[in-house]
Design a protein around this ligand. Structure first.
Ligand code: MTE
Ligand code: MO
Length: 519
């Protein structure tokens, strides 16, 4: 066997994958949030502040790309390490060692990391070394046989031994990968806990079930135009933004919230403590600071939970504290103005969304919701810690990356119907959409065709100033291309500005416009 270099690469890849898969399985069995690979992905995001700041959607779209890139680099490294194994035995040990070291550093830099959390990396590293040495030993004896002896007994035996071992290593990788996937970390236990919190059937219901009211969408809040985003956003369609490559899996029984810092007495709340408190429910529209003009990073839900202000009052906010540094179980943090949370609005710890326990991706078991603030300064998912502090003493995740310190939402309006670029028939054309300025409320929405005069539209009903408002009108348009613009007027009488501003640093402004072809 002369041309065996590709085989050396292949055994490196097989050994590497076996190690990755067993590491993944061990992290699932240990109920760790992070796998070695997702730990590295989160570390890369931590270390690349500039790239992240320029990211229009606060990192959501680039996640699969980053993970794919990490796997690609790993595969190439494994192939290289396999070739190194052809020379001296210690070379692949160093190669896998470097990869394992990166895994250890990434794992230990995660929020709340314990030394035992490196077990998956350690086991994966050991599997890589053992698998590679078993394969290398057999490949080497195969190589020692000259081409003249190709059909000899020792050759056939040696070849069978190598291929059997290769199949075994690939099998270990596949079985560990599949088993890890089935085990699914602690996802299953958490999903079961969610179901028990949802169950209205008393025999299945958890004692921690909150007595929520099912969402009741008033009939008049919808303009009844097909194509306008539904007034209540189903949880499945609700936009998702977070920096976590593996979502925190926390059962309600495990969850606690520590409130500390500039308070008279430190408090630690359990999920049961929240369930015992007075219920607070509200329709609140949540949007992302990185939502572009006319964009879809906005949704409206019926949130059920408890008021945050009285909890902070009980802890006793000390003089001078102007920021609540909220931290998620995954380590992400944000600073929320104390003043906003304490001014009487429905700032809450939300446990349920649209009458169901929060989906894991939306922060189960507990997240914060503050009407009138963008998500990045307020809506901490999987929230576990609140430190009363001062803005001048902290620098939270997105503010470190160039986004604004305070994040009050800006007034916005959107045309949902017709779609931009649509063809419509001439005559009366229905134009409709949504507008929002949470906690201030929308008083009017106007549209202008081809730069003409602003014309009022008809608003649907509303339930609170914290949720968005649908609007509709119809305009008579003749053949050709037309531009339609929208602007809102809030209940303070302010007119939405047409001055264009980018999403960075503190939210887009400018009118949403669409073009329609009238035929
Ligand atoms: N733990 C955690 N919470 C987070 C974030 C995050 O990255 N991590 N992103 C925030 C941002 S920028 C927004 S807009 C909202 C989005 O909430 P959603 O994903 O439930 O729509 O969550 C906020 N809470
Ligand atoms: Mo956001």
């Amino acid at each position: 066997m002369k041309k065996s270099a590709p085989w050396w690469s292949a055994i490196g890849v097989a050994a590497g994958l076996a190690g990755l898969a067993t590491g993944y399985l061990v992290s699932a069995v240990m109920n760790l949030r992070l796998t070695p690979v997702s730990a590295v992905a989160e570390l890369v995001v931590q270390l690349a502040p500039d790239a992240a700041a320029n990211n229009r959607d606060l990192g959501a779209a680039d996640k699969p790309l980053l993970v794919a890139g990490i796997y690609l680099i790993l595969l190439l490294s494994f192939a290289l390490i396999g070739r190194l194994a052809r020379g001296a035995w210690w070379r692949p040990v160093v190669g896998f060692g470097v990869i394992a070291l990166i895994g250890v550093v990434a794992t230990m830099s995660a929020n709340g990391a314990k030394v035992t959390d490196v077990t998956p990396v350690a086991v994966g590293f050991a599997v890589m070394i053992v698998a590679l040495s078993l394969l290398a030993e057999r490949l080497r004896s195969l190589e020692a046989i000259t081409d003249q002896q190709r059909f000899s007994q020792p050759y056939v035996r040696s070849r069978r031994s190598f291929l059997t071992m290769a199949a075994a290593v690939v099998g270990v990788a596949a079985v560990a990968g599949i088993a890890g996937n089935i085990r699914g970390g602690s996802r299953r236990a958490v999903e079961e806990a969610r179901r028990n919190l949802a169950a209205t059937d008393a025999t299945k219901a958890s004692p921690l079930r909150l007595a929520v009211t099912a969402p009741q969408v008033p009939a008049d809040v919808a303009v009844g135009v097909d194509g306008v985003a539904p007034w209540m956003t189903p949880a499945n369609d609700f936009y998702l933004i977070d920096t976590a490559f593996s979502k925190p899996m926390i059962t309600p029984q495990e969850w606690t919230l520590r409130i500390h810092g500039m308070v008279d007495q430190e408090v630690t709340l359990t999920y049961d403590d929240l369930v015992q408190r007075e219920l607070l429910e509200d329709w609140v529209t949540l949007n992302c600071v990185s939502n572009p003009i006319g964009g879809e990073l906005v949704g409206n839900a019926w949130w059920s939970g408890v008021a945050l202000a009285p909890i902070l009052e009980e802890a006793g906010i000390q003089e001078g504290a102007d920021a609540i540094l909220q931290t998620s179980d995954d380590g992400w943090n944000c600073a929320t103005p104390v003043e906003t949370v304490m001014d009487g609005r429905n700032a809450m710890l939300a446990l349920y969304m649209n009458g169901e326990p929060l989906p894991v991706e939306h922060g189960f078991p507990v997240r914060a919701i503050v009407p009138g603030l963008y998500g990045y300064v307020s809506a901490t998912k999987w929230v576990v810690d609140m430190e009363l502090t001062r803005f001048d003493a902290v620098d939270a995740f997105w503010t470190q990356r160039g986004w604004g310190e305070l994040g009050p939402v800006k007034m916005a309006s959107r045309i949902d119907v017709p779609r931009d670029g649509a063809s419509v028939e001439s005559g009366d054309v229905v134009v409709a959409g949504s507008a929002w300025h949470q906690h201030t409320g929308i008083k009017g929405v106007e549209i202008a065709v081809d730069g003409g005069a602003w014309q009022p539209t008809e608003l649907a009903g509303e339930v609170t100033d914290d949720s968005w408002t649908q609007w509709r009108t119809s305009v008579s348009l003749d053949r050709g291309s037309h531009r339609v613009r929208v602007r809102a007027i809030n209940k303070d009488g302010e007119v939405q500005t047409g001055a264009y501003a980018d999403v960075l640093p503190d939210g887009a402004t400018g009118w949403h416009e669409i073009y329609v072809d009238v035929v």
